[in-house]
Structures are given as structure tokens and as C-alpha cells.
Design a protein. Structure first.
Length: 50
């Protein structure tokens, strides 16, 4: 019984961990994309960061 519970806890931990890592990757990619779009839009409009 205890080994089954431990296995379930490990699975739950894995299920909780994977989406967090996935979100971190998505967020970091989104931030890079946003920065690229921001830089490109600045070049097109001729705006400069102060």
C-alpha cells in the first residue's frame, strides 16, 4: 500500500512539475518574441528608446 501511495505522489509531483517547466519555456519564448517585435516596430517607426 505505501509503495503505491509513493508512486502516486511521484506521479503527481511529475504532473505538477512538467506544466511549470512548460510554462517557463513558453513565457521565455514569448518574451523573446515580444522583444523582437518591439525592436522591429521601433526600426520601422524610427522611434528610439530613451
Amino acid at each position: 500500500m505505501s509503495s503505491r501511495v509513493r508512486t502516486e505522489i511521484k506521479l503527481l509531483a511529475l504532473l505538477a512539475y512538467v506544466p511549470i517547466r512548460y510554462l517557463e519555456i513558453i513565457i521565455s519564448v514569448d518574451m523573446d518574441e515580444y522583444k523582437n517585435i518591439y525592436v522591429i516596430s521601433q526600426k520601422h517607426t524610427g522611434l528610439r528608446e530613451v
